[in-house]
Design a protein around this ligand. Structure first.
Ligand SMILES: Cc1cc2nc3c(=O)[nH]c(=O)nc-3n(C[C@H](O)[C@H](O)[C@H](O)COP(=O)(O)OP(=O)(O)OC[C@H]3O[C@@H](n4cnc5c(N)ncnc54)[C@H](O)[C@@H]3O)c2cc1C
Length: 394
């Protein structure tokens, strides 16, 4: 039997944001999550102004602001010389309701959405519900779970992450590249802010021959880096390896208390089309980018919003080609904004050639020389420009 409900694969930030934006538009959803509970994911730590603006009408932005730290400024820092270039998000005042980056873990978003939707008759979430196949026919779309159960809906939203089962089940290409370096994220129970002069809540740091990032989340600091030249990933992510790296940067006798060590391959990939009939792709299932600049989850939430707007209109009798509009808008942004900017950030952060570093630094200084140039740059890096651009695509 066809149903008007939408099945959503994945209770990550994108699946749950899609669920919330659809429910707000009167659409019934059922979210299917393979894990037994919401993941306590240590990946995204930054919410950009554009995303907070989208989440605000649902009450989620204020709830998250209460669970994180406002970063009104962020900086590039030369660790050896102490030189810094500071970007002041205050120049975005008037262009966004949230002229700051919010430092807050992505798992707080998923928890907050489930809490907000709890008890809503349009919302259902099932855990231990691993999808192993998806398909569609004239009447609707379906998924098959690992336990053999079959579920039907009017549409399926595949928000099942970078390794998307739905994408693989449909045999869809995921063109792009895998970057050579593994990204390591370490959550440390230590107040770097107190130890490290001039630290802000978001810091991209060059050392003489390497780089690292230092980010504040609610209760801890996160340090991001890659294995050093000649070092294996295993060595770099061992507790000894991590401690040696931290102590070389921030000397101390005792070991650092490591709350979490995660490591990730970094890709730049995109699916051929975000809509395949009644199966729609969003977030990491549709596009991957380097985490440099913090745009993967943010752009996935933007996908979720656009998807909900167009899909709700289709379910209320609008033309199905509104879903082509979803594809045109969000795929263009994924490639031309998110991937382009994060790729440039990735390369800048890793640049080791002294002459090229001088050029990059001069560029940062040029960008921050006046409020106008800084505003132009931050309007784009805060993803406000990409929302504006997407809305103008017809
Ligand atoms: C080190 C690092 C730092 C990052 N920092 C940032 C940042 O600061 N800002 C930012 O915007 N982005 C950041 N990102 C990217 C961000 O983490 C991802 O873009 C984001 O998690 C994508 O969300 P998603 O919901 O699409 O996928 P996921 O978060 O991967 O969620 C997918 C969900 O689907 C479930 N699932 C998978 N397969 C199935 C199945 N077959 N059946 C049912 N359920 C299934 C999974 O269990 C999971 O819960 C970072 C990434 C990394 C690696």
């Amino acid at each position: 039997m066809q149903s008007d409900r939408v099945l959503i694969i994945g209770a990550g930030p994108v699946g749950l944001a899609a669920a919330m934006f659809l429910v707000e538009r009167g659409v019934k959803v059922r979210v299917l999550e393979a894990e037994p509970a919401l993941c306590e994911d240590m990946r995204a730590s930054t919410f950009h102004p554009a995303t907070l603006d989208l989440l605000a009408p649902s009450g989620i932005a204020d709830a998250l602001i209460g669970q994180g730290h406002r970063a009104d400024k962020w900086q590039y820092l030369n660790f050896e010389t102490g030189d810094r270039v500071v970007f002041n998000l205050g120049v975005l005042e008037g262009l966004t309701r949230h002229p700051f980056r919010l430092q807050c873990e992505q798992f707080r978003l998923t928890r907050q959405i489930v809490e907000t939707l709890a008890g809503n008759d349009l919302f259902e979430i099932s855990f231990n519900a691993q999808v192993r196949a998806v398909g569609q026919d004239e009447a609707g779309a379906w998924v098959e779970l690992a336990d053999g159960q079959s579920l039907r809906g009017a549409y399926v939203v595949a928000a099942d992450g970078g390794r998307s089962t739905a994408r693989k089940a449909l045999n869809l290409p995921f063109e792009g590249e895998t970057y050579p370096k593994t990204s390591i994220t370490v959550v440390v129970d230590h107040d770097f802010g107190a130890r490290f002069d001039g630290v802000l809540f978001v810091n991209y740091v060059w050392t003489a021959d390497d780089h690292f990032s230092l980010m504040r989340v609610r209760d801890h600091w996160r340090v991001g880096f890659s294995p050093q030249a000649g070092q294996s990933v295993e060595e770099a992510v061992s507790a000894e390896g991590v401690n040696a790296r931290l102590k070389a940067l921030f000397p101390r006798d005792e070991d650092y208390r490591l709350v979490h060590i995660g490591w990730y391959s970094v890709h730049r990939r995109v699916i051929d089309k975000f809509n395949h009939g009644r199966i729609l792709f969003a977030g990491d299932a549709a596009h991957l980018n380097s985490p440099a600049g913090g745009m993967g989850m943010n752009s996935g939430v933007h996908d979720a919003h656009e998807l909900a707007v167009q899909l709700a209109a289709v379910l209320k009798g609008g033309a199905p080609d509104l879903l082509d509009l979803y594809d045109r808008r969000r795929r263009t942004i994924a490639v031309e904004e998110v991937q382009a900017q994060s790729d440039r950030n990735y390369r800048r952060h890793r640049e080791k050639d002294p002459a090229k570093r001088v050029e990059i630094w001069k560029e940062f200084q040029r960008l921050t020389a006046s409020d106008d140039t800084m505003r132009d740059y931050l309007f784009r890096s805060s993803m406000l420009a990409s929302l504006e651009r997407a809305a103008a695509i017809n």
